[in-house]
Ligand binder design. Structure first.
Ligand code: NAD
Length: 438
């Protein structure tokens, strides 16, 4: 199959490289010339484990090419995927669909024969109808089918998620050619026994939001349980395990922490809330999840100030991890942003270290000094805060860290370190959702 990917960001680049690895012929298009130049000279614009090698191999095999020229890129394509951003619209929280509609218009102007336009971006219910309206307005009479194929990959594990997905969802209007093209594109996944699920287009669009909202709800549920555990003297990690072992609940996404962030959950939960309101079917659970999570991030700043004895002015706080989760350099809506703001408001000086996120984070938190590693960050600090659970923070030399600090205070927002280990190293420990089993 000849595939064109419009938008070469986290989703477009990973999907494009994986489709090429399946043996398809892929052109990745982006209007950001700096991004395309970087890729062409072998530098990945994002940090994603294994991506550089996958791109290099498939580019060398001639199956994966890159361009800024959309019109040239879509010629002869069996399927054209739209993988552009759909951020929250400023002001009202609806998904901003301007990039999707602009891409649809450009594609329609440029196609030279029957094709399938596939919306991979996360878009609200009914967006496919509008994309269809636009392309038929621009190219009346041309056989252009519009399909929804939401993406479920996770940053940090994107390649394995794409190649071994739990499921692939394809929403169509029942057109046979579009269905056949999509089945052909995903045929290589048959070997991995990934279910390819065909649904109506609107249903597919909604599945993506329902999935993200459900996961965000699970996280928020355990975070509120964590607060209750702290108040009543229980342990949230044991509560998680105790409920997660029930197969109907499952153990994933039940880790208490500083609140969800990232490029998807915050904007997608908000967009779903807005869709529900527009259709007079408010989704109150998700409305509450959004509110609770927003408040939680800044509350983590207050938790740190409290651990400092209620006064942060003039004190130095060292943060370990800035990205919203490990194995990515994505800083969009990361809890660290709200934590930094709260600590700066309280008068603290902040030093931080993140294995991959510092270049992206620096301009977003200009007052923060970046350290070269965890040990440099901790030196002379009054508190050390574990914000993101990168592997490299899982086996730190706690004695060395405690010994180098002004006050050996560890605030572990990811519950990585057992109380016994932290205290043996000389730390006073604050955790999330309980004191931590000895
Ligand atoms: P991104 O911002 O990393 O990439 C989008 C790219 O599209 C940018 O490089 C931009 O320059 C390019 N672009 C915009 N308009 C264009 C046009 N007209 N022509 C060519 N290029 C254009 O975004 P992302 O994180 O890859 O997300 C893309 C979509 O996928 C969003 O809807 C997101 O919600 C969804 N999604 C993201 C993830 C994730 O983990 N990042 C996972 C699943 C779904």
């Amino acid at each position: 199959m000849k595939i064109t990917m419009i938008g070469t960001g986290y989703v477009g680049l990973v999907s494009g490289a994986c489709f090429a690895d399946f043996g398809h012929d892929v052109v990745c298009v982006d209007k950001d010339a700096a991004k395309i130049d970087a890729i062409l000279s072998g530098r990945m614009p994002i940090y994603e484990p294994g991506l550089d090698q996958l791109v290099a191999n498939n580019a060398a095999a001639g199956r994966l090419t890159f361009t800024t020229d959309l019109a040239a890129g879509v010629k002869g394509a069996d399927a054209i995927f739209i993988a552009v951003g759909t951020p929250s619209r400023r002001g009202d929280g609806h998904a901003d669909l301007s990039y999707v509609y602009a891409a649809a218009r450009e594609i329609a102007q440029a196609v030279d024969g029957p094709t399938v336009i596939v919306t991979k971006s996360t878009v609200p219910v009914g967006t496919g109808d509008e994309v269809e309206r636009i392309v038929h307005e621009v190219r009346p009479g041309m056989d252009i089918q519009v399909v929804s194929n939401p993406e479920f990959l996770r940053e940090g594990a994107a390649i394995s998620d794409f190649k071994r997905p739990d499921r692939v969802v394809v929403g169509t209007t029942g057109n046979e050619r579009a269905t056949a093209v999509m089945a052909q594109i995903y045929r290589p996944l048959n070997l991995n026994q990934a279910p390819v699920m065909f649904t109506g287009r609107r249903t597919a669009e909604l599945i993506k939001y329902a999935a993200n909202a459900f996961l965000a709800t699970k996280i928020t549920f355990i975070n509120e349980m964590a607060d209750l555990c702290e108040a009543v003297g229980a342990e949230v990690q044991d509560v998680s395990r105790g409920i997660g072992l029930d197969n109907r609940i499952g153990s994933k996404f039940l880790h208490a922490g500083p609140g969800y962030g990232g490029s998807c959950f915050p904007k997608d939960t908000l967009a779903l809330v807005k869709t529900g309101q527009d259709y007079d079917t408010p989704i109150r659970i998700v409305e509450t999840v959004v509110q609770v999570n927003d408040l939680r991030k800044r509350a983590m700043g207050r938790k740190i100030v409290k651990a400092l004895g209620g006064e942060a002015r003039g004190k130095t706080v060292a943060l370990l991890g800035l990205t919203f989760k490990p194995n990515t350099d994505d800083m969009r809506d990361a809890p660290s942003l709200a934590i930094v703001q709260a600590l700066e408001d309280a008068g603290a000086r902040i030093v931080a270290y993140d294995p991959e996120g510092m270049d992206v984070a620096k301009p977003m938190m200009p007052g923060v000094s970046m350290a070269k590693d965890a040990y440099e960050a901790a030196t002379g600090a009054d508190a050390l805060v574990l914000v993101t659970e990168w592997d490299i923070f899982r086996a730190l030399d706690l004695k060395r860290l405690a010994g180098s600090m002004n006050t050996p205070l560890l605030i572990d927002l990811r519950n990585i370190y057992p109380r016994s280990e932290a205290e043996a190293a000389g730390f006073a420990l604050t955790r999330v959702g309980g004191k931590g089993v000895i």
